[in-house]
Write a new protein. Sequence first.
Length: 77
Amino acid sequence: MKINILFFGQLTDIAGVGSITMDGITNTEMLTNMLVKIYPELNETKYALSVNNEVVTDNTILTENCTVALLPPFSGG
C-alpha cells in the first residue's frame, strides 16, 4: 500500500525534498515514527498532519494512494 507524503515550509528543508512515497504504512502513528527514524530533526519540530486535505490529531488509518501533508505551524494576523 503506497501513500504520498508532502512536506511544506521548513519541513521541506529537513527532508531535503518536497515529497516522498512510502509503502507499508497503515496509520499516522506508524508514519510519524518512521519519518522520525529517517529525519531525526522532525522529533524536535512542531507540525500538523493532514490526511487527504483534512487536519488530523488522532491516529488515523491510511489507505492506498492517500496523501499525507506535514504542515509547519501557521501564524498570521
